[in-house]
Design a protein around this ligand. Sequence first.
Ligand SMILES: [Zn+2]
Length: 464
Amino acid sequence: MATDGINGINGVNGTRSKHDIAALKVSQSRLLDAIHTGCKFGAAHRYGDDPTETGMARLSLNDADKQVRDWFTKTAESLGCSTTVDQMGNQFAVRPGKNATQPPIMIGSHLDTQPTGGRYDGILGVNAGLEVLKVLHENNVETEGSIGVVNWTNEEGARFPMMAVSSGVWAEAVPLETAWNLPEVSAGEDGQRKTMKQELERIGYLGSQPASYKAFPIAAHFELHIEQGPILEAEKRRVGVVKGVQAFKWFEVTVRGRDTHAGTTPFSARMDSMLCAAKLIVESNAIAKKLGGLATTGILNQQPGSINTMAHTVTFTLDIRHVEDAKLSEIEQACRSEFARIAEKESEKGCKVEWKELVDSPAVNFHPDCIAVVEESAKDVCEGLPMTAEDGQLWKHMISGAGHDSCYTNRRCPTSMIFSVTKDGVSHNPQEYCSPEDCAVGVQVLLGAVLRYDQRRAERGDFA
Ligand SMILES: [Zn+2]
């Protein structure tokens, strides 16, 4: 460890060179040890002999979640952090900087998992924050402003069915009462479906701090997350510099035809809603491909549901995505007009199509200052790694395909994200995996980004 570099961080003039930041190293073994220690709470779905070869079933606000929350608080307090809990159970741990009166930079993610989840989704992000604090703590680094870690409650939306609901309340995008009154998706052993508020109370995490960006302002929010997709691995890269989150819309499409006998109705006399729906789904795929987006049908229901009778009604869901709002609306318009044409002209005697919009989530663009420090840090960290990418670049600008807490924080403070390699692109699965080396690379990029941002704050006079 280059101690002169570290001393330079606390130099009399308060400046920190690129070299100083590079001298601070995350500990891969300590990071992995923390990840797997925390995963003892809620481990499930064993798939191998090694103690760490299990998935997770740590649904938000269950007993295992309480245990890992207690562990989080204890760990953070051992690093000199003060901790608070808000009305949504969001846990904030802050390590004071030289100027502790200004809002902190927060590193955030989530410790809850899917019922058949893995050891990295969200968990890597929170542990990354704790590891950053450990590096600062062990090197006696005094940052310009305060730096902390936040564990956002129920990001997965798996137990209480609203994704990233608690960062949503913090951003004042979701009303507190709506969130508190969310009932769990399935009843507990006593046959009751508890609400979020009841469960927050039961495990002792209904905090008194108002769940709002006004009560707990954040200067900037950074999140390290596994990519959850196959791109970094396929291109043999190590780090994703995430610029935003793609736009998406969800629809329920209903196709109405007529139920008649399969043996006695000639094609020319049919109003076959199933055949029509099949053509529409195929068409949505072609349109999305042509316009560079995605289209998915995940649910399809038909009535009456009989082998020898045509369905009179078919409903299916349509999830369309694109990185640009304008292109997404092009996909939607093309689907609407083509669906109408196919239903009328290419479905024998014709069917009727109705659309119902379920969700409209515009594209998220992260803050340029946050993206810039992540990119600088990624370049630095990648310089020291063996070259594997064909084009000689180990990092890549990316757009997230999935939503995250960072989408909500981005509404109230500068935000950006970092992606780590995900083996086979598999996530929301017990065998979800990010190698120890890639976990550590991600945290190293995070550390460099946070320290650069801290320095920028000082330089632009945030603390003056
Ligand atoms: Zn996640």
